[in-house]
Design a protein around this ligand. Structure first.
Ligand SMILES: [Zn+2]
Length: 329
């Protein structure tokens, strides 16, 4: 899947590594996580998260965390702030190697034992969640199918709504909510009349459009609810949805995890224009800034005649900008 991952004899090793490095040969069907783990040392696994020694800095305590999205993309984070380029460069790989080739995705055989998308941190208080049941329910609802009436109701392009991977079940929309690694933690049913309820055993989590990754020079918007999330997708913004105006402790933790692992550092917390919306967004923005002082955090709301971001997008006024303010520590 890549040309530089099987070192040829005589290829110089990393400077300072004491000579040339040998890695196991890479097969076309190898998935990114197997290729990467093969090149790391002091690897340990908890659920679908691994820790290992960071190959880029002198690391006595394993400070590299890795996890895998449901699409087999590897997310990695060095707690000493080495960049993913630096970490991968130290093991003769590059950023492309985080993504599976279409061939490996179709035919890949995992060598390691893991389940994608589940993040089970050592210390964080993750509640018991039946990921298998949530995921199976979501799959059975045919995500991406039958969404035209919902797109019409929201006044948004079908392609944007599809990126939320909403399904249908007995005349209701099935909206998946996820943890920071993309694992489905809950299912929200939305009826055509707008009323909502959750599948039993659900937890409120994040609405993560497919392929949400950092784009150079663009912030990550944190929108409220599925329709605002789809609205921002439709204008090409990078966005993650939060389930309600205020976020539970675990949803906050999942959000922080997602931001760290996918290496976002420029955030815009987008509020609905109502009291609960604005208070919830302000609390979230200040908590993000307090916990992560290095991130740029802005608090924003739609222009004054719009009640939420979707209304402004549907009115064709997204380009007119938001009312924003920088959040200081
Ligand atoms: Zn490092």
């Amino acid at each position: 899947m890549n040309s530089n991952s099987s070192p040829t004899p005589g290829q110089p090793g990393r400077p300072g590594s004491g000579g040339q490095r040998k890695y196991p040969p890479v097969d076309e069907t190898d998935l990114p996580i197997d290729i990467i783990l093969d090149r790391l040392s002091v690897v340990s696994q908890t659920g679908s998260t691994w820790s290992a020694r960071c190959p880029h800095h002198h690391d006595s305590n394993p400070s590299l965390s890795l996890t895998v999205t449901p699409r087999e993309v590897v997310l990695l984070h060095c707690h000493r702030d080495c960049t993913p380029e630096e970490v991968l460069g130290a093991i003769d790989l590059n950023l492309r190697d985080l993504y599976p080739s279409p061939y490996a995705l179709r035919h890949g055989k995992r060598r390691g034992t893991y389940t994608t998308g589940l993040y089970t941190p050592d210390a964080a208080p993750e509640p018991p969640i039946d990921y298998t049941r949530m995921t199976e329910f979501h799959q059975a609802s045919l995500p991406g199918k039958g969404l035209a009436p919902l797109a019409k109701e929201w006044g948004l392009p079908l392609a944007a709504v599809k990126r939320l991977e909403i399904g249908t079940h007995c005349g209701k929309w099935v909206i998946p909510e996820r943890n920071g690694g993309g694992g489905i933690v809950g299912i929200v049913f939305r009826k055509p009349d707008g009323s909502k309820r959750c599948l039993t055993g659900s937890h409120r989590g994040l609405i993560i459009p497919t392929d949400t990754m950092p784009v150079e020079g663009q912030p990550l918007y944190l929108a409220e609810g599925a329709s605002d999330t789809a609205a921002l997708v439709s204008v090409g913004a990078t966005v993650v949805g939060r389930p309600a105006a205020s976020l539970s402790e675990k949803a906050f933790w999942w959000l922080s995890h997602l931001i760290c692992m996918r290496r976002f550092d420029d955030l815009v917390v987008l509020a609905d224009r109502d009291q609960a919306g604005e208070a919830g967004a302000a609390a979230l923005a200040s908590k993000l800034k307090t916990n992560h002082p290095k991130w740029r955090v802005r608090l924003a709301k739609p222009l004054f005649i719009y009640k939420d971001a979707r209304s402004q997008v549907v009115a064709g006024r997204w380009h007119a900008g938001l009312v924003e303010k920088e959040v200081m520590q």
